[in-house]
Write a protein that binds this ligand. Sequence first.
Ligand SMILES: Nc1ncnc2c1ncn2[C@@H]1O[C@H](COP(=O)(O)OP(=O)(O)OP(=O)(O)O)[C@@H](O)[C@H]1O
Length: 183
Amino acid sequence: MKVIGIVGMPASGKGEASRIARDLGIPVVVMGDAIRERVKEAGLPPTDANCGAVAGKLRVDLGMDAIARITIPRIEATGAPVVLVDGIRGDYEVETFKEHFPGFTLIGIESSFETRYRRLTNRGRSDDSLTPEELRARDERELGWGLGRALEGADCRVTNEGSLEEFSAEVRTLLCRLGGREE
Ligand SMILES: Nc1ncnc2c1ncn2[C@@H]1O[C@H](COP(=O)(O)OP(=O)(O)OP(=O)(O)O)[C@@H](O)[C@H]1O
């Protein structure tokens, strides 16, 4: 099983990269889904605060790579030859995936603060920050989990500053190459 991870700052384009993978028939395992399921099991509404609290408790109980560890069985359950994992937040998680899946490859998406802020305000998802200060705070929260170190350690990088078409083409080529198939 070839496992490909995707990492990037908030609104850098991870969701778009996941959509491209699905279009190629590559299953995507979203790490946050394991958290949302646990929140639901606890009978709580899946708000950002509840998910954050459950994720925080998992890290205290199981360690900084807790969410990676609970995601591993979900990746294996796909039984697919190539799987994409979205939602990596820290270098400890990368270490765990690398130990468990030999040949694990991490793709880092790079996009500037200004570009991410512009796209986020256009996206308008219910949990999207609306002020630059709020995005800055979200960035800081994620960097606190080791996102910066995970990005630095990425095996390959894709820049997402241009059009969606350019980004899609680049991601598609990279996924095909990593997955060992013709485009
Ligand atoms: N190259 C691009 N051109 C135009 N819009 C883009 C481009 N890349 C991403 N977007 C848009 O920017 C927004 C943020 O991208 P996306 O949702 O993929 O980011 P993300 O990294 O998954 O964010 P989060 O960390 O918040 O989950 C989306 O509305 C997406 O469609």
